[in-house]
Design a protein around this ligand. Structure first.
Ligand code: MOS
Length: 711
């Protein structure tokens, strides 16, 4: 009997359900007598609704109700800030007044007997606007300091930070580089669009919702409707990708609940692909300036990193863009300054590897430019600036395997065969480029709880309110539970995605394994110890055999003072090969190798999948993704998957490898896992940009690197 499951490449316990269509996603929980809702979105970005005429829509076949700010019930909108809500500002109050704050803002909701009828009637709602001057052009507004900036671990810090005297060091530098790096707005494009089915029974509400945080939905909807959270049941067992869009509870959830309340019927509201660009956040358009100074030997003497990003007029979303620049390398003089640009857009949010993916694109592009200016190998330059400790926090790293990652990945890649001169490597008519970048992401660990129940039939039920948006939470938690219980994996049934289960933090920020995993382990150990103590034996199966009724335990884990004693991050190194067509300007990524020091790897098969997913996300960021914003009105003309390309199989290289270096970190959390969800994407875009420079001699500082930029 095998009971050592941690570290095994176990296949997904829910894989069969998923590939046979048995897994039920939010929009598939159809209810008896269900009605359908369609959103009428604003076609201006700023102003007021002068008049709204719903009579034709109300008369249309099948229409049950048309809600506007004139007739929608007044909602409580009690003050509430969840973990993933911006700390400054106030969320949109939907259908509560005539104000329009962004393009696509829901200004009416049609509920009808069928989706077709609802969609048709939505087109019949006539609106006259009183537009106001606003802006949706990030280049037209002076960036302003945010009230505060979130750190990578959720705390806040001043938007401007300095150590030493970077200005002086830059002026006196032997070698320096200084450039501006830009990436556009990018939208989450999971396969499954956001959807909610809402049903009221008296004053109790059930929400089948696509979410990365069922307790976040509970708390937000309780605040919006002014009802106790206990009255709300949130069900979200399967999530078809999310990448951060499911971390907050967006207006469509409120709309579904409102529609159900007004009509007295269950209501389904599913966003269209187009609506996904106007209501569930996005990675904000970001402009960054990085200046680096170094001595001739490559030792950094100054890092200056300033960045600004778009946000809405009503909330300050302030991303942890500049964190890594403060600790990734050893440098006595560092300055970082964060700015925001409030505009008539909807609030951006966390998108895969928030902060680091964007910030490190700029920093690691600049490091490559510095390596060229110094004529030092890019890996060597990084090795020469390896810090002894986190020089910003003045704390030791709990563990840091960067040097091992550079070495292992470079060896595997064959980096020593690289000829440094741009345009010096070819394959037939293609220009070949090799580039690399460093990756890092914080180890996040937040309070989490779990329940473990042993049954007389020899099986165990383990549960936690966590989510699984794709990384394999169902499976990894089953592994952790089986190992802690000492039971065969087939005898353990894990449940998640329901707010009646023990509380967990948001399924994001790469913290699920560390937080929920540690809670599952603690609950299982507790119940195991409990049942063994009762039976006085040492054999769990035997002890369970003596049970006459279920025996259960719950446990909660919390981070201790590790954060005060250590700087806790995962680190990695990414190496890529590109082939650029010199005539067409097209870039193909041919090879990606990432090496990561991410603590304990619970399931190497799924962790590899996670990393490959992140690398593919990085290819999208580097070469394809761009939510074009019409500067006149905030419209996104390419709000669809035909014109917002994301990488498909044909765009991904035949070889993508993820290597996990051996790393034992006793400080971070009980499980010793750092998480890989985000770090897998970090560093990929700059490694590709650096490889393109090596291939072509062209330094492209604005993503995505489309063929026009290389011709
Ligand atoms: Mo990830 S942006 O934390 O879902």
């Amino acid at each position: 009997m095998t009971t050592a499951f941690i570290g095994q490449p176990i296949s997904r316990v829910d894989g069969r359900q998923k590939v046979t269509g048995q897994a039920t996603y939010a929009a598939e929980f159809d209810q008896p007598n269900q009605a359908y809702a369609a959103i009428v979105g604003s076609t201006i970005a700023a102003g007021r609704i002068a008049s709204i005429e719903a009579a034709a829509a109300e008369r249309a076949p099948g229409t049950i109700a048309v809600l506007t700010h004139h007739n929608a019930p007044k909602l409580a909108y009690a003050p509430h800030k969840g973990f993933t809500d911006p700390e400054v500002g106030e969320r949109l109050h939907i259908l509560q007044n005539d104000k329009v704050s962004h393009q696509g803002q829901p200004i009416a909701l049609v509920i009808a007997d069928s989706l077709e009828q609802a969609s048709h009637a939505a087109m019949l709602v006539r609106i006259i606007y009183a537009p106001e001057t606003g802006t949706t052009d990030v280049t037209r507004v002076a960036p302003v300091p945010p009230t505060q900036q979130k750190t990578d671990q959720g705390a806040t810090q001043p938007p401007e930070i300095q150590r030493g005297n970077p200005q002086e060091a830059l002026a006196a530098a032997e070698v320096s580089v200084g450039q501006t790096y830009v990436h556009p707005r990018e939208n989450h494009n999971p396969i499954e669009m956001h959807a909610t089915i809402a049903a009221w029974e008296g004053d109790r509400l059930t929400l089948w919702d696509k979410s990365q945080w069922v307790h976040g939905v509970t708390d937000e909807i309780a605040a919006v409707f002014g009802i106790p959270g206990e009255n709300i049941h949130v069900v979200s067992p399967f999530v078809g990708g999310a990448f951060g869009s499911g971390l907050r509870t967006w207006p469509h959830v409120t709309l579904a609940a409102l529609g159900a309340r007004v009509t007295g019927r269950p209501v389904k509201l599913m966003l269209s692909r187009r609506e996904m660009y106007y209501g569930v956040g996005y990675r904000p358009h970001t402009v960054q300036r990085v200046a680096l100074a170094a001595a001739r030997d490559g030792r950094l003497t100054a890092i200056m990193h300033e960045g600004y990003q778009e946000t809405s007029t009503y909330e300050e979303f302030s991303e942890a863009l500049l964190n890594a620049s403060r600790f990734l390398y050893s440098c006595p003089n560092v300055y970082t300054r964060h700015r925001i640009v409030p505009m008539n857009v909807h609030t951006p949010t966390y998108m895969r590897a928030p902060g680091e993916a964007s910030g490190i694109f700029a920093l690691e592009s600049a490091m490559d430019e510095l390596a060229v200016a110094l004529n030092i190998d890019p890996v060597e330059l990084r090795l020469r600036n390896e810090p002894e400790q986190d020089e910003f926090k003045k704390l030791p790293f709990s563990s840091r395997s960067t040097q091992e990652c550079y070495r292992v990945a470079a060896d595997r890649f064959g980096w020593s065969r690289r000829t440094p001169e741009p345009r010096s490597m070819r394959d037939g008519r293609f220009l070949i480029g090799w580039g690399m970048a460093t990756a890092t992401y914080p180890m996040n660990f937040a309070p989490a709880s779990a329940l473990a129940r042993l049954l007389p039939d020899g099986t165990a039920e383990v549960a936690s309110a966590a989510s699984d948006m794709g990384p394999g939470t169902w499976t990894s938690m089953t592994q952790v539970a089986a190992e802690a219980l000492g039971l065969p994996i087939e005898r353990v049934k894990f449940s998640l995605g329901d707010n009646r289960l023990p509380k967990t933090p948001p399924h994001g920020g790469s913290m699920t394994m560390a937080s929920v995993g540690s809670a599952v382990q603690a609950a299982c150990r507790k119940v195991r110890d409990g049942v063994l103590a009762r039976s006085g034996g040492t054999d769990i199966a035997e002890a369970m055999g003596r049970l006459t009724e279920p025996f259960e335990a719950t446990a909660e884990v919390k981070p201790g003072d590790t954060g005060q004693r250590f700087s806790t991050h995962a680190f990695g190194a990414v190496f890529v090969e590109v082939a650029v067509d010199p005539d067409l300007g097209e870039t193909r990524v041919r090879h990606i190798i990432g090496a990561y020091g991410a603590g304990r790897i619970i399931n190497p098969k799924m962790t590899r999948s996670q990393c490959i997913g992140g690398m593919i996300g990085g290819i999208g960021m580097a070469l394809m993704e761009h939510s074009v914003v019409d500067a006149r009105n905030g419209r996104v003309p390419n709000a669809n998957l035909a014109e917002y390309p994301v990488p498909v199989h044909a765009d991904t290289p035949p070889v993508m490898e993820a290597i996990f270096v051996e790393e034992h970190d006793p400080h971070i959390n009980p499980l010793g896992a750092k998480g890989v969800g985000e770090i897998a994407m970090v560093g990929v875009a700059p490694a590709i940009a650096n490889a393109i420079f090596h291939a072509t001699g062209k330094r492209i500082r604005e993503l995505p690197i489309t063929p026009d930029k290389l011709l």
